[in-house]
Each structure stands twice: as C-alpha cells, then as structure tokens.
Design a binder for this molecule. Structure first.
Ligand code: FEO
Length: 169
C-alpha cells in the first residue's frame, strides 16, 4: 500500500476512534442528566463511529498495509446542555468531513484510485450525518431552554434509534 495513503488512513482511524469516545462521553452526560432519548441516540452513534473505524482498519490490512492504533485523547466529560452537545457534534462532523476530503485528495495525488473509490462511502456518509445532526440542532435551537420542548426532542431522539431506552431485552 502507498505509504502516504496508509499513514493518512491511519490518522483517520484515530479520528473515528476519537469520535466514538466523544459520542460515548456525550451519551453518558445525557443519561445522567435526564435525557434518556439523547443518550440512546448517542450510544448508538458511538457504535456507528466504531464501525467507521473498523471499516478503515480492515481495508488497510486487506490492502497489504498495517492498521495502527494511536493514543486517543479523552473527550470532555462535562457539557452545558443538549444545545451545547449538538453544537459541538456539528462542529466535529464538519471537521471530520474536511478530514475525509483531504484524505480523498491524497488518494488522487497518489493515483490510488482503489482507496479513493473506497472513500466514496465515507463521503456519502458525511453528507448524511451532517444533514441529520443539523436537523436535530435546528430543533433544539427552536425550542430554546423550554423544558417541555426539550422533553419532546428527547423523545424524538429516542425514536430515531433502532434500540430505544427500553433496551434490547
Ligand atoms: Fe465517522 Fe460521524 O463520522
């Protein structure tokens, strides 16, 4: 595997792993602060990020490279509100989209079209994620600090997960 592409893919593995930890930290905060729906939504999203990481790990190894696990920073433990959480998520996902685009650019420069083709999945996924999180953020902004509005948004977030707060029993 092209060493420049391999190294960039390994950087992306770290970013996806950090994303999983970030959403896990946000899920934990939501769960202990009375937002079970947001917690279920974010736990599920943390699992998705781990899948994003694993897909990269398998690809690097399958293509004759070696996936590397690097030190992962601890995400923040404290958040101000659901608004704070989803604002930070939006910011984070925009950063991830940027990173995927840069990665894609490297594959073009290096004429590694196989990896470029593989990255198409991530490019589409980022469009979907940004759109989803933007929708949630807009709703949270709309209700402002109104407690009953936030209660309904929390319920709605629960409904957006495949495994709801009642758990997978
Ligand atoms: Fe792995 Fe949320 O992008």
């Amino acid at each position: 595997m092209n060493p420049k592409v391999e190294s960039a893919l390994n950087e992306q593995i770290l970013k996806e792993e950090y994303s999983a930890r970030l959403y896990l930290a946000m899920a934990i905060w939501s769960e202990v602060n009375g937002y079970p729906g947001a917690a279920a939504f974010l736990y599920e999203h943390a699992d998705e990020e781990r899948l994003h990481m694993m897909k990269l790990v398998r690809f690097v190894n399958d293509r004759g490279g070696k996936a590397e696990l690097k030190d992962v920073d601890a995400p923040p433990r404290h958040y101000e509100s659901l608004l704070d959480i989803f604002s930070q998520i939006m910011e984070h996902e925009v950063h991830i989209t940027d990173s995927i685009n840069t990665l894609y650019g490297i594959t073009v420069e290096e004429r590694d079209y196989t990896t470029g083709n593989f990255l198409q999945w991530y490019i589409t996924e980022q469009v979907e994620e940004e759109s989803l999180f933007n929708t949630v953020l807009d709703k949270i902004k709309l209700v402002g600090p109104d407690k009953s509005g936030l209660f309904h948004i929390d319920k709605e977030l629960d409904g957006m997960t495949t495994v709801t707060t009642s758990g997978p029993e």
